[in-house]
Design a protein around this ligand. Structure first.
Ligand code: NAD
Length: 499
């Protein structure tokens, strides 16, 4: 059995707590590795070592730090297939999807090459007589980065990249479900020239997280995961005066107007609803067709597409649509919610509750499911299912559809499919959700914009990647300088009164 490690001061270090977690192969259900669960003492030591390494890194000029990012881009591209394979093996997603996971992380590292420009301060010449005023962006110091299982390359890279480019040291706590890729990325950072100790990877669970949250050394916390944990992390981090950005769960609605191209909408829904087995915070989990006729046409287009989906392990070829979910608990929870939907009276139009894959009977597979006639009071509507389950809520009008999306407690992403520019514009303007797609089902902003939801999908104020990340990982210091003039006129050595 493979025993994974932490990554401390530039190398892999075995755990010493004696506690381990299981890392599964979700396709077979077998335990393929043990991940060490750091004790409070191990975590605190990693934080202290990061604090020792940070000042020299923070004093390294931004262009040199950017060169580490530049080299990292080359190394990630070099190792793309290796990273994607390790990712699929622990997470279960298909290889093309795993490459996308690495690629979207890589793009944020590319963005971080612009650190010298992004870190430039502001300057006012002549703010008063002989007075100049300038603001500079300085690193926070040591930051804690606590990440979810569903994007084990992308999510850590979204945070490590900007945190390090800004001159911080980072203590990364990856998900205990798929910790191999973050360890590989830490090794690549060493190869790229990052000094030892600037990036520490501490594997573990609540004990490690709480140690990071309570540490007086840690100045900022970035968290991505489920909403209850995001809320907990935000309040505990804030209680000790830390800067925190905590990103939570989602229930993304896609509104389909009667004038939408129904084939395009159905294709988009299938990809966005079932891709990665629905384990994406930007997955579309609610389809809202406007009008009964639109709904009937949509369901008619969706059903054959969903029935054709190929669910299999990542090793079964590049044409697999999605793989297993991450754990047995996740599988059981999703199936329980599907039963609950049926009990509550929703119509299960595509039912794969008895889905089994020959040769992979112990894998954590869930077949694709489609519900129609879901209503807002149902549990399957309120809860983030995080599985291959799409719910259809029929709306009588555009206003009703908009209200549905707005009244939901989550506000990560949403989309509208229409040919009408006025409706699209009205929707984008009024909806209280952080990321909006117009005829785009998964509107994940590119690296140079920023990513973040509203309502219970985000606690804090600055978003992930883009210019916001450089704001989050730095604090502003403003200097007011007065240089009395006149000395250069020569020969006058009396102290002059300032004016
Ligand atoms: P999770 O909340 O279970 O775990 C996230 C991290 O928190 C892990 O590192 C875990 O070890 C740690 N953790 C879990 N419980 C904890 C506790 N009680 N105390 C301290 N730490 C704890 O989330 P997950 O299942 O890994 O990820 C899926 C969730 O992440 C979904 O809800 C998804 O929507 C969300 N997500 C959100 C975004 C976003 O940007 N908004 C992006 C990706 C995923």
């Amino acid at each position: 059995m493979q025993e994974l490690t932490h990554f401390i001061n530039g190398k892999r270090v075995p755990g010493s707590s004696g506690r381990f977690g299981d890392v599964f192969n979700p396709a077979t259900g077998e335990v393929q590795a043990k991940v060490p669960m750091a004790s409070a003492g191990e975590t605190a030591a990693a934080i202290e070592a990061a604090a020792a390494a940070q000042p020299a890194w923070g004093a390294t000029n931004p262009q040199r730090r950017a060169r580490v990012m530049m080299e990292m881009v080359r190394l990630i591209n070099r190792d793309m297939d290796k990273l994607a394979e390790a990712l699929s093996r622990e997470h279960g997603k298909t290889l093309p999807d795993a490459r996308g996971d690495v690629q979207r992380g890589l793009e944020v590292i590319e963005f971080c090459i612009g650190a010298p420009h992004l870190l430039k301060g502001e300057f006012t010449d002549g703010a008063g007589p002989g007075i100049d005023m300038y603001s500079m962006r300085q690193p926070l110091g040591v930051v804690g980065i606590i990440m979810p299982f569903n994007f084990p390359a992308m999510m850590p890279l979204w945070h490590i990249g900007p945190a390090l480019a800004c001159g911080n040291a980072a203590v990364l706590k990856p998900s205990e479900r798929d910790p191999s890729v973050p360890l590989m990325l830490a090794e690549l950072f060493m190869e790229a020239g990052l000094p030892e100790g600037v990036l520490q990877v501490v594997n573990g669970d609540k004990e490690a997280v709480d140690t990071i949250l309570d540490s007086e050394i840690i100045q900022g916390i970035s968290f991505v995961g489920s909403t209850p944990v995001a809320q907990y992390i935000y309040s505990r981090a804030a209680a000790s005066g830390k800067r925190a950005q905590c990103f939570g769960g989602a229930k993304n609605h896609m509104i389909i107007m009667p004038d939408a191209d129904m084939d395009q909408a159905a294709d988009a829904l299938v990809g966005a609803g079932y891709g990665a087995a629905g384990e994406r915070c930007m997955a579309v989990s609610v389809a809202v067709p406007v009008g009964e006729e639109t709904a009937d046409r949509l369901i008619e287009k969706l059903v054959p597409r969903i029935e054709k989906l190929r669910v299999a392990p990542y090793t079964a070829g590049e044409d697999v649509d999605f793989g297993p979910v991450v754990t047995r608990e996740a599988q059981q929870r999703i199936l329980r919610l599907i039963d609950r939907g049926v009990e509550e009276g929703a119509k299960l139009v595509v039912d794969n509750r008895d889905f089994k894959l020959q040769g992979y009977e112990n894998g954590f597979f869930v077949g694709p499911h489609l519900f129609d006639h879901v209503t807002p009071e149902m549990e399957i509507y309120k809860t983030e299912i995080f599985g291959p389950v799409l719910s259809t809520v029929r709306a009588g009008s555009y206003e009703e559809a908009l209200k549905l999306a707005m009244d939901h407690e989550y506000g990560n992403g949403t989309a509208i499919f229409t040919r009408d520019g006025d409706t699209a514009r009205d929707f984008a303007h009024r909806v209280n959700i952080g990321m909006v797609g117009i005829n785009v089902p998964i509107p994940v902003p590119l690296a140079y914009h920023s990513f973040g939801g509203w309502k219970k999908s985000m606690f804090g104020d600055l978003n992930q990647h883009g210019p916001d990340s450089f704001r989050f990982y730095t604090r502003t210091k403003t200097v007011t300088a007065r240089w009395p003039s006149g000395l250069k006129e020569g020969g006058e050595f009396h102290f002059k009164a300032m004016d």
